[in-house]
Design a protein around this ligand. Structure first.
Ligand SMILES: Nc1nc2c(c(=O)[nH]1)N[C@H]1C(S)=C(S)[C@@H](COP(=O)(O)OP(=O)(O)OC[C@H]3O[C@@H](n4cnc5c(=O)[nH]c(N)nc54)[C@H](O)[C@@H]3O)O[C@H]1N2
Ligand SMILES: Nc1nc2c(c(=O)[nH]1)N[C@H]1C(S)=C(S)[C@@H](COP(=O)(O)OP(=O)(O)OC[C@H]3O[C@@H](n4cnc5c(=O)[nH]c(N)nc54)[C@H](O)[C@@H]3O)O[C@H]1N2
Ligand code: SF4
Ligand SMILES: [Mo]
Length: 734
């Protein structure tokens, strides 16, 4: 390929689009970092650099990129300017993706545990031996405990679909994903209101309330970038967050809401809108189900009442409700993303969805839009075998009112494995998932692992979960592999298709999970179910998209132009009432509150703080803390605490403290911040690791997963990570 980055853009506009500008913003303006993002290899001159398209895999956003390859080495990653979903951006983590490839800490060979679990003694073994052993151990478990005796946890990755397929043909329904620690309660709430999980048309909106989300640090493309553009175009941004995040910093208004009380705020907004008749009555009659019940229900939730709960002045709530209604339908309550926060998260998000419904913003410019299909076909695959000795249900069945069958709930699955009820599970296949850092209550995950006879992890790094496994299989980075096509519907404005080809061959002995599963299937008499290549698979996916392969070859991305607004004109909603449900019939039938009923959060016990979690722009969950380029920005984590709260405890900035919850403890230093409520503390995730294979961060900071107690949302089973209170004490005093 000739250089797709040599365009007639001026240097200034190139910088804008290259993401250098965005990266600088994302890393808080630490410009020296940008020079660090250029590896030594770039300095070696090459007369003939090659440019290859790929797609960033440093987080789920999958931004298009162009890699330069010189003498077989990747020397730089540029954003793909034709990739509209990320608006031509590559963030700091995306730039640092190069370090993931060449990180000396990378897993290189299959490793078999020698000593006790977690002791860190490993033997390098051949792939043949590794696959023979994994297949034999999984079959042993299947024979003794049925095929459901092996749990599968595929992470967020474009090859995870093969892990799902493998679990199906192997015969286990015990599959759970990271999603039950992420967004399931939001999905539940919007599906149960609109019949769809929507995308927000941030770019065109005029008024947006962002509650429990932080898109200027927790990057979601294109929302994070579009929010800036919308602001320039006059959009008003209101943020509710107990912390003064970067989003709060760029907003017009920040309200440090009392944690866990968002429902009070939104029910009260609904109170003002209904009691002052600020909604479109014709729209309500035609499209909404339950306007009378809602009006009656929210009568009790006045702004004066809500102020006592959420600590946002009644006058502000009333004003915001009126402003919001005046901007409708070009106004949004941002649906949010990670909603693994409270035990009533689905109902909290329902209260936000209901306000969106009152604004009449569904399917209109600057509102909430339905997902568009990008046109990929599902490949034809043989029917999975049926195993008649299997139990009837998945292990976590019925442990929440309305769990998603595909995702289940890791928290509930773990409880069931610990109790070995209703039936025993003894094996675990883990792909690109690190629950020892990402799931609440690390000690419980360790307790669960003690019940298991065989644990195999496929990862690129020695994560804590790999560290505690019996067999580790090294995976290549996304820049080294061929992936099936993925439809990125994550943005209404630019639904597209991507498909990776290797930028360089896989390093060391790493193997993509597809090859691993094929190897296992062959050893388990299941070869016929994996009798295809990724190339074959892709061909079938593109069956009805004749231009896609060429577009991906030429531009690195394929767009399927289709209608953006008005998709629902003349269509019925996929809900029981066939309308947008303010009042949810199905909930009523199941004994769940059909309209969200406010439940106050648990009060802070004396001298304890509510611990909240949240991201920053340098890190992806628990993956990039050990990345040399990003680690430089934040080498460990600290406890955010308000100076007034610290004063009461006699703590100074930077002092070491011990933090204790009912689940566990840790040690780290205190960072005094005016931008956090006095009753709340926060720390970044991914530190306090068990794994000595993460050499830059081992021994640094405290592990938040150790502290968070394991609660779950009652409706979706999504993990509830903001229900924990912690004690903080000076280290010496303990
Ligand atoms: N405390 C706290 N906990 C949280 C959250 C939080 O904000 N704070 N967020 C929650 C949310 S929203 C989510 S989505 C989950 C995410 O939870 P996880 O999915 O467990 O988190 P990741 O950091 O994405 O970890 C995935 C693993 O994939 C590995 N990996 C990275 N790239 C590759 C690759 O190319 N191939 C392979 N095979 N492995 C790779 C990493 O080394 C890591 O071990 O965490 C949840 N838990
Ligand atoms: N840089 C970066 N970007 C990412 C990711 C990443 O790991 N790193 N991960 C991606 C993924 S998988 C996800 S799910 C998304 C997550 O995207 P978001 O959901 O936007 O991210 P969080 O950081 O979890 O934001 C939650 C915010 O809610 C605040 N909060 C806590 N309690 C309350 C409360 O009771 N009420 C209100 N109103 N606010 C509260 C927290 O302080 C925090 O700022 O980000 C995606 N983008
Ligand atoms: S947001 Fe950043 S890390 Fe995520 S895919 Fe895009 S460039 Fe990569
Ligand atoms: Mo997530």
């Amino acid at each position: 390929m000739t250089s797709p980055i040599e365009t007639p853009l001026s240097r200034r506009s190139f910088l804008k689009w290259s993401g250098a500008a965005t990266a600088a913003a994302a890393v808080g303006g630490k410009a020296q970092v940008l020079s660090a993002l250029t590896p030594d290899e770039t300095k070696k001159s090459s007369t003939n650099p090659e440019y290859r398209y790929s797609v960033c895999g440093m987080c789920l956003n999958a931004c298009g990129l162009v890699a330069t390859v010189e003498n077989g080495v990747i020397t730089k990653l540029y954003p793909n300017q034709k990739f509209l979903k990320s608006r031509g951006m590559l963030c700091a983590r995306g730039n640092a993706g190069i370090q993931q490839v060449y990180d000396p800490d990378r897993l290189k060979y299959p490793l078999l545990r020698k000593g006790e679990r977690g002791e860190g003694k490993w033997e390098r073994i051949s792939w043949d031996r590794a696959l023979d052993l994994a297949a034999a151990r999984m079959m042993e478990i299947a024979e003794k405990h049925t095929r459901c005796g092996v749990m599968f946890t595929p992470g967020s990755d474009s090859q995870s679909l093969f892990v799902h397929w493998f679990a199906e043909v192997f015969g286990s329904y015990n599959v759970t994903t990271h999603e039950s620690s992420c967004l399931l309660s939001r999905n539940r709430a919007y599906l149960d209101t609109f019949g769809e999980v929507p995308f927000a048309d941030v770019l065109h909106t005029k008024y947006i309330i962002i509650a429990g989300a932080n898109p200027f640090e927790a990057l979601i493309t294109p929302d994070s970038i579009d929010l800036m553009t919308a602001k320039k175009n006059g959009c008003k941004i209101v943020v509710l967050d107990p912390r003064f995040t970067k989003t709060a910093g760029l907003a017009h208004e920040w309200h440090p809401i009392r944690p866990g009380t968002d429902m009070a705020f939104f029910l009260s907004i609904a109170h003002v809108i209904t009691s002052e008749n600020l909604y479109n009555e014709t729209y309500a009659r035609e499209k909404l189900s339950g306007i009378e019940q809602l009006t009656e229900h929210v009568r009790q939730y006045s702004p004066e009442w809500a102020e006592k709960e959420c600590e946002i002045p009644a006058a502000d709530i009333r004003r915001i409700a009126r402003e919001l209604a005046a901007a409708a339908p070009t106004a949004i309550v941002y649906p949010g993303r990670r909603t693994s926060d409270y035990v009533n998260s689905t109902q909290i998000r329902r209260s936000m969805a209901i306000v969106n419904a009152l604004l009449g913003n569904w399917d209109t410019p600057g509102g909430l839009l339905a997902a568009r299909q990008v046109g990929l076909s599902s490949p034809e695959i043989p029917e999975a075998p049926f195993y008649d000795d299997n139990p009837e249900h998945r292990l976590d069945k019925g442990m929440a009112h309305m769990m998603f069958e595909e995702e289940g709930a890791f928290k509930h699955m773990r409880d069931a494995i610990i109790s070995q009820k209703p039936y025993p599970v003894k094996g675990w296949f883990i792909y690109r998932y690190n629950p020892l850092q990402s799931a609440a209550n690390r000690q419980k995950t360790i307790e669960m692992m003690k019940q298991l006879d065989f644990i195999v992890t496929v990862d690129i790094a020695m994560s804590d979960t790999a560290w505690m496994s019996d067999l580790i299989l090294p995976a290549p980075s996304v820049l080294e592999r061929k992936d099936p096509a993925s439809g990125l519907q994550g943005s209404a404005a630019c639904a597209c298709v991507v498909a990776r080809d290797p930028v360089i061959p896989a390093l060391y002995e790493s193997r993509p999970v597809f090859e691993i599963l094929k190897g296992l299937a062959g050893r388990m008499k299941l070869a016929e179910y994996f009798d295809f290549t990724i190339e074959d698979y892709r061909k079938q996916q593109f069956k009805h998209l004749p231009d896609a392969e060429r577009a991906i070859r030429e531009d690195g991305v394929y767009y399927n132009p289709s209608k953006l607004y008005g998709l629902y004109e003349g269509k019925i909603y996929k809900t029981l009432s066939k309308k947008i449900e303010l009042y949810n019939e199905r909930y009523a039938q199941m004994g769940v509150d059909p309209l969200p009923v406010y439940q106050p959060p648990k009060p802070n016990p004396a001298n304890q703080f509510r611990l909240v979690v949240g991201r920053n722009a340098y890190f992806t969950h628990c993956t990039t803390q050990n990345n040399a380029l990003l680690n430089e920005l934040m080498p460990d984590n600290s406890l955010w605490m308000h100076p007034a709260a610290a004063k009461k405890l006699g703590l100074n900035d930077g002092e070491r403290v011990e933090v204790t919850s009912k689940a566990g403890k840790g040690e780290l230093s205190v960072s005094l911040k005016n931008g956090i409520r006095e009753d709340t503390v926060y720390m970044a995730s991914g530190f306090g690791v068990l794994s000595k294979g993460l050499t830059r961060i081992y021994g640094k900071g405290a592990c938040i997963a150790e502290l968070i107690e394991d609660y779950a949302d009652a409706i979706s089973g999504n993990m509830a990570m903001h229900e924990t209170f912690i004690r903080v004490a000076r280290k010496e005093a303990v």
